[in-house]
Design a protein around this ligand. Structure first.
Ligand SMILES: C[S@@+](CC[C@H](N)C(=O)[O-])C[C@H]1O[C@@H](n2cnc3c(N)ncnc32)[C@H](O)[C@@H]1O
Length: 280
């Protein structure tokens, strides 16, 4: 298997057989679950629900009197969630297979909105947040988690050195743009404020992803699924193979010196509420 080969997200068994995303989701979800109100009378909206990692927790923790609406346009993910719901016998979850930019929900109908690792994945995050504002009741709460700038800094340092070794300092701007596309606590909070929400609290944390070396990192299924495509897009196609060979060798050299390759993931849970008297 080549670490540069694409993973086919439309393959019939993709939704059934992948398990790594919920592991990645867990530290973010734990931050959120530590803060979110847990009550039996809530209508909760999970934006970018995926295969339902958070939806299933909230539906069970808040109990059958609550309702959780899981929104995601990803057909294979929704199908998997539908099967889990049947298996678990949960009747308080509604699936909305659609883009959250155009939520098929009434105005002012939701008590709590959650989005675990959604914001980096939305094509138009501002439009999604505006749709959330519309469906939120006055004073509704919003809990949003994301990874922050600083994500995998150890990896990007080696990627930078690789580009310099190749004599491609002209590609550093693309690398920097990719690194800074992740939010900061200020930028994510600012997006929520711009949509009409009032940021009340920001919890931050870090965790580490540890690998034996660069080869195990680059061949790891979840890394190939979640990160390699964007890493590839930084360089021209005809230099891809060479770039990744040097990158892998450099990462392996770092791991040999340090005894492992540990990547830091800074994370945040931003908590906001819908300001009353604001119209959008
Ligand atoms: C990183 S996954 C997170 C899944 C889940 N929340 C979790 O914690 O495991 C991001 C999800 O956002 C979904 N997504 C992307 N764009 C979306 C949009 N415009 N509206 C709703 N969901 C979207 C993707 O299909 C994907 O399932």
């Amino acid at each position: 298997m080549n670490c540069l080969s694409e993973i086919d997200l439309d393959a019939p068994d993709f939704g059934d057989l992948y398990d790594e995303l919920p592991l990645w989701s867990a530290p973010f979800g734990l931050l959120l679950l530590d803060r979110i109100p847990v009550r039996p009378d809530l209508t909760i909206l999970d934006i970018g629900a995926g295969t339902g990692f958070l939806t299933l927790e909230l539906a069970q923790r808040c109990g059958p009197g609550s309702k959780v609406i899981a929104v995601d346009p990803w057909n294979a993910g929704m199908n998997r969630l539908r099967r889990k719901l049947g298996h678990l016998g949960l009747t308080n979850v509604v699936l909305l297979e659609q883009d959250a930019e155009a939520l098929d929900l009434p105005d002012a109908s939701i008590d709590v909105i959650v989005s675990n690792l959604g914001i980096n994945n939305f094509n138009n995050a501002d439009a999604v947040l505006r749709a959330c504002f519309r469906v939120a009741k006055p004073n509704a709460m919003f809990f949003l988690t994301t990874n922050l700038v600083g994500h995998m800094a150890e990896f990007y340092e080696v990627y930078r050195a690789t580009l310099l070794e190749l004599g491609r300092s002209d590609w550093l701007a693309a690398l920097d743009a990719h690194i800074s596309h992740r939010g900061t606590v200020d930028s994510v909070g600012g997006m929520l404020e711009a949509a009409g929400f009032n940021v009340l609290h920001i919890a931050t944390d870090t965790f580490r992803m540890r690998f034996a070396d660069g080869s195990s990192l680059l061949h790891h299924y979840f890394i190939r699924l979640g990160f390699v495509p964007a890493w590839k897009s930084i360089v021209m196609a005809d230099s891809l193979q060479k770039t990744f060979e040097i990158l892998e060798a450099k990462l392996n050299a770092v791991a040999a010196t340090r005894g492992e390759l540990a990547l830091t993931i800074p994370i945040a849970c931003v908590e906001a509420c819908k300001k009353t008297g604001v119209t959008r």
